[in-house]
Design a protein around this ligand. Structure first.
Ligand code: PLP
Length: 434
């Protein structure tokens, strides 16, 4: 704690006054461990922070200074609830790289795509509504969905993403049970946490099931342009203009500006603007102009290339390390982009129970259950390669593999079988929300 002393009490006198909604907002049980995991001696394969050290800070500083000097009165003023027109036009150039054609009027600027998730849930969902999601899915989205008292149902899938047959069967079953299925939330490119990508064919199948069942598709695509092996696959929104598409500058530029966008059909867009106005009046104007300036004065596509080279090295370091060190019985995904590898541990090893031992061995990861609303994922972990250097990643993976080996040894010595518990965990955001 800082030098300042706290004089208030930890007892919450408002405990009986909170809305029922706050029941969905629970703190993860691993928060305490993460405070420890940020110590420098620990290799953290847990966080999903982009590594923005390679940004041309000098050029950015100069162009933002010029922006303030020449246009300060406008960039520090309130703005439009939908977001600045100039930036919306520039976003069209960004999404064109994924095959999307749209109109600036289709875009609502948000405070990161995280706010897009919040606004979309707010305008579509009533308590008890069902949101379908990949298995596993982004922890920050699950937290938002649960905070609106929705039910999140995971659809089984494989290395190619959502299984369209399971999607159809689950939707029909839920409807037969009288449930209101509102939308499918999907991250088709380099999924957080699984690292998997849906093929073009799979995208078409998923869209066709959703179309036939009247299920809205919400496509979340913050990593799409960070393809590490081949050109990005066109977005689902490029196939079907009814898809609600969430984009972000957090991974291709910098997350601190908190600028993302939602691309939606006309009627939805109108509701989103109303929701945005009631949430924030307008998205942050200064940040929007700063991003706009970056896009028009810097080589942003070249910078994405620099990021890709850097993440490719880190991904390769992680995959090589896993190949060399992981014990038999483990498997992991081979992401073609993005930040994450999803590993499955040998049978009987519980990722949540193992975490304190891993931190003790100076390596951290995020246990699988964080990425499920239903407590699944006990044998899984998310490993991030985005932030540590390749050398640190190699060290971290070796430590991680040694910890698993120790678990297996203890299990075989004492005949303990730590069966993967399907704990009803407290769902909701974990300390590392990304
Ligand atoms: C899949 C996914 N969606 C949305 C977000 C939120 O990103 P932001 O609000 O910074 O745009 C993240 C952040 O890690 C993410 O991984």
């Amino acid at each position: 704690m800082s030098e300042q002393e706290r004089h208030d009490t930890r007892l919450d006198r408002f405990v009986d006054s909170y809305s029922q909604r706050t029941n969905g907002m629970r703190v993860s049980a691993v928060r305490a461990l993460f405070a420890v995991a940020n110590r420098p001696e620990i290799v953290s394969l847990a966080g999903g922070m982009p590594n923005i050290a390679d940004l041309p800070l000098h050029g950015i500083a100069q162009s933002i200074a010029a922006m303030i000097e020449h246009n300060g009165a406008q960039v520090m003023q309130y703005g439009s609830g939908q977001g600045e027109l100039g930036l919306r036009e520039q976003i069209l150039e960004v999404v064109a790289l994924e095959g999307i054609t749209a109109h600036p009027d289709d875009i609502v600027i948000t405070a990161g795509s995280q706010q897009g998730l919040d606004l979309v849930t707010r305008i579509f969902c009533d308590p008890g509504d069902v949101i379908l999601a990949e298995s596993p899915s982004y922890v920050g989205a699950i937290g938002t969905f649960l905070s609106y008292q929705t039910e999140v149902v995971h659809i089984p899938g494989d290395d190619g993403g959502i299984d369209p047959v399971a999607l159809l069967e689950t939707t029909r079953r839920l409807r037969a049970e009288g449930k209101r299925v509102k939308f499918l939330y999907t991250i088709p490119n380099y999924n957080n946490p699984s690292g998997t990508t849906q093929s073009m064919e799979r995208r078409r199948e998923v869209l066709s099931v959703c179309e036939s069942q009247g299920v809205i598709v919400v496509e979340d695509n913050p990593y799409g342009l960070l393809s590490l092996d081949a050109d990005p696959i066109p977005a689902m929104r490029s196939i079907d203009p009814n898809v609600i598409y969430l984009g972000s500058f957090s991974k291709t530029f910098a997350p601190g500006f908190r600028v993302g966008w939602t691309l939606a059909p006309h009627g939805v867009r109108e509701k989103l603007v109303l929701a945005q106005e009631s949430a924030t009046l307008c998205p942050p104007v200064f940040s929007q102009f700063a991003i706009s300036t970056y896009l028009s004065t810097q080589d942003w596509q070249g910078q994405i290339g620099v990021f890709k080279d850097m993440y490719r090295q880190r991904r390769d370091a992680m995959l090589t390390g896993l190949e060399e060190h992981m014990p038999e019985g483990s498997t992991w995904t081979h992401p073609a982009g993005g930040f994450f590898v999803w590993a499955t541990l040998p049978e009987g090893v519980d990722s949540q129970a193992m975490l304190p031992r891993a931190v003790d061995a100076r390596v951290a990861y995020v246990p699988g259950p964080a990425f499920y609303a239903d407590g699944d994922g006990a044998r899984n972990v998310r490993l991030s390669y985005c932030f540590p250097t390749p050398e640190r990643i190699r060290v971290g993976v070796q430590r991680f593999a040694d910890v698993i080996r120790n678990e297996l040894e203890v299990m075989s010595t004492f005949g303990i079988r730590v069966s993967p518990t399907r704990l009803r965990r407290a769902p909701g955001p974990s300390p590392d929300l990304t």
